[in-house]
Design a protein around this ligand. Structure first.
Ligand SMILES: Nc1ncnc2c1ncn2[C@@H]1O[C@H](COP(=O)(O)OP(=O)(O)OP(=O)(O)O)[C@@H](O)[C@H]1O
Ligand SMILES: [Mg+2]
Length: 415
């Protein structure tokens, strides 16, 4: 599929010069040019919902540029952008399972999104069946597994729940890394589910061995050896990818945070592995060996405790502001800006890879002071499509002009 050049891009985006200032450092400018050359223009042109969250039915036409959804609390603004996020990731940013996504009392939900990628159109349809397999159709033809259409649409969604990226448990930050890996390369959905399956089976074996409270027999140990090698194989793939990802994100997070909070401390990230503090190479073979030998060393402890103590499921992405860890130290505003910096960095990374992701900002501006609000508004203008939700029109910065809808009483009305 052909993608636009920088020239075409600039021509389509008059008035973005000021907003693109952050790309103006010599390296920034080169990065921007390279990114733009490789980027495709993607936007959601139409969203159609059936029994999704509070909506029995809803139809929304969308275009490139900024679209704001404004309305009082609890009227269904987030539900709309959540549906678009679901089309991209097959998951919700605020529900761990699919059940809450289906309108109360309805058997299933259907989300359809018309995508325009350069000049081509695609229709993605997802049927959400809680407790049963979901179904997907692409251009009205069934797709064998929904996972196969991951990557058709990419979104970066920033929402109030993202505060837990900074303040929450390590699992939140692992999920951030793994979701971003999947957005960059959809095959990671398979790697993640393989790893989770292996881990579950290995834990079940360790748990039953621990429950017997005596030395496990040769058969159990031989089975454990097999699970060790499976865990090392999938674990090393996930670990190598996360290490690469963190290296790619570091400068982008530092830059996004500095843009948002120029007077603040520098933001940095490091990957803390259950393999210890020694520097890790990203060579999968080596990492696999290291995982195997660490499992060997912890075997006694694992058998006593009945859980897997080594592997990417125990790892942490450590966020720092200056010398201090962000978790437990950063202020509310700093944590919020750090979380936003992580999302903006994810956006930059996806954009550098190829298709422009759709940027979704759910209730973001009301939390920021005027300076950060203005800087964020400038930063997001160059995105191909930006979807914003806000409770009142005053929460949408004036420079973000575009389409707007009022969401009230379950109705979505174009202003
Ligand atoms: N599965 C469901 N079935 C029916 N209604 C639901 C379902 N899930 C959520 N709702 C309803 O949707 C409404 C919340 O919608 P949403 O979160 O989109 O509001 P919002 O407009 O973003 O509000 P706020 O400004 O407070 O963020 C609530 O009234 C909730 O009860
Ligand atoms: Mg909301």
């Amino acid at each position: 599929m052909g993608c636009t050049t920088t020239v075409e891009r600039s021509a389509r985006r008059p008035g973005t010069t000021q907003a693109a200032d952050r790309w103006r450092s010599p390296t920034g400018w080169v990065l921007w040019t390279l990114e733009a050359l490789r980027s495709c223009l993607v936007h959601v042109a139409h969203l159609s919902l059936q029994d999704f969250r509070s909506y029995p039915a809803a139809e929304v036409a969308l275009g490139p540029g900024v679209t704001a959804f404004v309305g009082p609390n609890g009227q269904g603004k987030t539900n709309l952008v959540e549906a678009i996020g679901y089309v991209a990731s097959h998951g919700s940013h605020r529900a761990a399972t699919d059940a809450p996504l289906v309108r109360h009392g309805a058997p299933r939900a259907i989300v359809r999104a018309g995508i325009v990628k350069d000049d081509r159109k695609a229709l993605i349809e997802l049927e959400i069946n809680p407790g049963r397999a979901n179904r997907a159709r692409l251009n009205r033809s069934p797709v064998p597994r929904p996972r196969e259409i991951l990557g058709m649409l990419r979104t970066v969604l920033f929402a109030p729940e993202d505060l837990s990226l900074v303040k929450g448990d390590p699992g939140e930050r692992r999920r951030f890394m793994d979701e971003l890996l999947t957005a960059r390369a959809p095959r990671f959905a398979g790697v993640r589910s393989d790893y989770d399956r292996v881990l579950k089976q290995r834990n079940a074996l360790l748990k039953s061995a621990a429950a017997h409270r005596r030395s496990p027999g040769a058969e159990v140990l031989a089975t454990l050896d097999v699970w060790d090698s499976h865990l090392a194989r999938t674990g090393s793939e996930l670990l190598a990818a996360r290490l690469d990802l963190v290296e790619a994100l570091r400068p982008l997070v530092a830059r996004a945070y500095a843009d948002l909070a120029p007077a603040g401390d520098a933001a940095d990230l490091t990957y803390k592995s259950s393999l210890g503090d020694a520097e890790l190479s990203t060579d999968r073979g080596k990492l696999g060996e290291q995982l195997l030998s660490a499992m060997g060393e912890s075997r006694k402890q694992e058998l006593e405790r009945g859980v897997s103590l080594v592997g990417p499921h125990r790892d942490e992405l450590v966020l720092r502001l200056g010398e201090l860890p962000a978790r437990g130290y950063a202020s509310h505003g700093e944590s919020w800006s750090f979380a936003l910096g992580l999302r903006l960095a994810a956006f930059d990374l996806l954009r550098a890879d190829g298709d422009d992701p759709v940027l979704i900002l759910d209730d973001v501006f009301a939390e920021l002071d005027t300076g950060r609000r203005d800087r964020l508004a400038e930063m997001v203008v160059p995105a191909e499509q930006v979807l914003i939700t806000a409770a009142v029109p005053a929460d949408v910065p004036a420079e973000l002009t575009g389409g707007s809808y009022t969401v009230s009483d379950g109705r979505i009305t174009r202003d």
